[in-house]
Structures are given as C-alpha cells and as structure tokens.
Design a protein. Sequence first.
Length: 242
Amino acid sequence: MEKKTEAQVPSRRRFLQRTLSLIPLAAAGGSSVVALAAPAAEAKSEGVSAHYVPNYFNNDEWRFILAACDRLIPTDSNGPGAVSEGVPVYIDKQMELPYGHGHLWYMHPPFANAVPELGYQSSLVPRETYRQGIKAINQHCQQQFQKAFADLDNLQQEAVLHDLDGGKLTFENVPGKLFFEQLLENTKEGYLADPMHGGNQTLASWKMIGFPGARADYQDQMDRPNQPYPLGPVSISGKRSV
C-alpha cells in the first residue's frame, strides 16, 4: 500500500499525532450544579457529556465549556468530537483534583512575566483561570453580541477563540491567551486521555492515531516491523474499542 504523505493525512489526525507527544504522562495515564437547561447548550451536549452533572463548574461555566470544546474539536468526517467523547467531563473532574487546585506547582509570590522555559508563572490556579476567564469572556460577548458565548453561532465563537489565542482579547484579571492555552491544553488532554479520566470514552482518538493503549503483551507483533498494529486499543480499566 502506498504510504500517505502528510498533506494527504486528515488534518485532525495530524493534529492529534503532533499533540500526543506533548500531553503530560499523568494526564494520559492516572473526580451541586443544576443540569443543563438552555437549548443552545443542549444542542452541543450530545454523547457522554449530555447527562453529566458537573462537580466544579456552574451552569453558565458548563455551557461555555461545552460550546468551546465543541469548536476546538468538533465532530466531523474524521470522527466524534470533544463533547461527545466526554472531554468537558474530563476538564470538570480535573478541577477537583490537585491539578485544578494548583498543587502541582509552586504557587507563591513573586509572580512575574517570564519565558515559557521558566514554567508556570500565573498567580491563578487552573480552576481560578477558568472561573475568572469564562466570566470575563461572557461579559465581553454580552457587550459585543448581546449574548453569552454559548449562544453565539459557530463563526462568532471561533472568532472569539481566535482573538483569545492571538492575544487580541484579554482581561484585567486573566490574560486572554493564558486562558485559551489552558482550555486548549485541557481539551487535547481529555481527548487523548485514558477513558477512566472522563474523556475519550469510545477510544476514538486512539483508534484515529493507531495507539494500542494499555495492552499487556505485543510479542505476536515483534516480527512485524513497520506494520500497523491490527488490534483495537484497550484502556487501563480494560475497556475496549468497538
């Protein structure tokens, strides 16, 4: 079979292949808000996320997370998207773990702007970044469009996300680019993580990139170099793809 060039490989597959090496090992390996009621949010909450009641995010924040994750990794011809795979569930659970509380870093002053090589420099822990960032973004959208972010159409939502990513949209309490980087990183982590953490519930991303998961033995493949692994992925819990 002729080997595909990078230009021929679907864009989402390239995105995930490049991302996999950047996901922290802990994320790939490794917990009362009213349920959604607004029609705009329900339209984006198919799959695993539809019946989940978040532990950390309030209703307005949860609607934002659903809408934003849906734009970052939408369902398309390459496979299911972030929302149907449970990525918002993954993010919500992370907010109640040591990661969300910032217990993985030294979180004491002084805080200063610095190059990325020097590590995390913000005074905000992830859960605070989300809480303050979502509030500020919704306020901006109300002023700009007279709607919350979750109620904007897809093109408007993507424009807001591009402005955050490019540093064109920022806020007094949280830099827009910092918020976007937090959201994008957690979305990628959840989409590629083991299902036991909330996201990647059908192992769709692992199937897409050819990752076999937590199989215990590859002895039968040792004499078949450079050939695709023929079996579907398996999660740490034993869950298998269909």
